[in-house]
Ligand binder design. Structure first.
Ligand code: NAD
Ligand code: TYD
Length: 345
């Protein structure tokens, strides 16, 4: 089996390639990545010389590159995207280009190459926002209501993937997952930003009142969910993938950002003085929660990594891999940070 993974130098894509090569050593993996600010080949240093792994430096929006990359490929696992909501508010154009046009170019390439499976990685953000008062969760039947340019571009890509299934008979599957956390996450996203700021004795910027809720999924659980869908998922179907929630006290709708911050402060022995409330994100979605009953019932998957324990292990990973994030936090990232937070926080 030969897999083409797009965006494999990014956070989830790299974790997925490492996972796949560990659990499916007989397979060949081709990684197609244009190495934007979020792509980092350091993530794959342990397998870069593996005879079953190869890397193509190229853009998914380029049909010539895509056609070449798909030669001899059985399955495409499509992660490549512009993925940060705050950047999509600053500069939406790149999100439409990569997430919508790039996906369409890949789909065309997949139809031409007769790909046996095109798996598209999407997000729960396409469903919009839940309130703190309701107990509702997002599921496969929730209507789309994207509220940021990022979410709108991912919604557009989901619609295209389904349309190519209906119109051209392309064998597709989609997963819509919640917020991932774990090793190799670029430190502009909330959890690695909080951890690395504290490790640099800088404050944690908390948007608005800090009562926003995310559904946290450990990245390895996500990789296993994709594996299960690739092995047993039904063609044309969508599966929602979310994190462990059993530890929540009754009546609680999720873990708020401020609670996440406090857990990280405790893990690193810091106090609340390191919290800095900053200007809220425009159109900030209040709450996400994912109902993963369908993938559990039909394919037997469930999240296995409990949030507190794996947040602790994630903090340890960032403590032990300072060289990794120091590198990525320098350079171009510094100017983004200044623009987003207006200073050297
Ligand atoms: P990331 O930003 O860490 O990585 C994205 C990767 O895609 C990078 O390696 C980048 O270089 C590459 N890329 C970007 N534009 C490209 C292009 N035009 N051509 C080729 N490569 C390109 O993203 P991530 O957090 O790993 O997310 C991966 C996927 O999962 C995305 O599709 C995202 O929408 C989805 N997702 C992420 C989360 C999350 O919590 N991180 C949650 C739900 C869904
Ligand atoms: P983020 O990691 O950007 O993921 P998403 O917006 O895709 O859910 O943000 C997670 C949550 O953390 C979200 O509610 C916004 C909030 N947040 C902050 O409070 N401060 C920050 O500096 C960042 C980056 C995010």
């Amino acid at each position: 089996m030969k897999l083409l993974v797009t965006g494999g130098a990014g956070f989830i894509g790299a974790n997925f390639i490492l996972y796949w090569m560990k659990y499916h050593p007989e397979d060949h993996v081709v990684n197609l990545d244009s190495l934007t600010y979020a792509g980092n080949l350091e993530n794959l240093i342990t397998i870069e010389k593996h005879p079953h792994y190869s890397f193509i430096h190229g853009n998914i929006c380029d049909p010539v590159v895509v056609e070449k990359a798909m030669q001899g490929v059985n399955m495409v696992v499509h992660f490549a995207a512009e993925s940060h909501v705050d950047r999509s508010i600053m500069e939406p154009a790149a999100f439409i280009e990569t997430n919508v046009t790039g996906t369409q170019v890949l789909l065309d390439g997949a139809v031409k190459a007769g790909i046996e499976r095109f798996h598209h990685i999407s997000t729960d953000e396409v469903f919009g926002a839940l309130s703190l008062e309701e107990t509702k969760k997002f599921s496969e039947t929730t209507a789309y209501n994207p509220r940021s340019p990022y979410a709108a571009s991912k919604a557009g890509s989901d619609h295209l993937v389904r349309a190519y299934h209906t119109t051209f008979g392309l064998p597709v599957t989609i997963t819509n997952c919640s917020n991932n956390f774990g090793p190799f996450q670029f430190p502009e996203k909330f959890i690695p930003l909080a951890i690395t700021n504290l490790l640099e004795e800088k404050k944690i910027p908390v948007y608005g009142d800090g009562l926003y809720v995310r559904d946290w999924l450990y990245v390895e659980d996500h990789c296993r969910a994709i594996d299960v869908v690739l092995q047993k998922g039904k063609i044309g179907e969508t599966y929602c993938v979310g994190g462990v929630t059993e530890d929540l006290p009754a009546g609680r709708q999720g873990i708020s950002n401020i609670e996440v911050v406090k857990k990280i402060l405790r893990l690193l022995g810091k106090d609340d003085a390191m919290i800095e409330y900053v200007k809220d994100r425009p159109g900030h979605d209040r709450r996400y929660a994912v109902d993963w009953t369908k993938i559990n019932r039909e394919l037997g998957w469930k999240p296995e990594h409990n949030f507190d324990e794996w947040l602790g292990k994630t903090v340890t990973w960032y403590k032990e891999n300072v060289f990794w994030w120091k590198d990525v936090k320098s350079g171009a990232y510094t100017s983004y940070y200044k623009k987003q937070y207006g200073g050297d926080k």
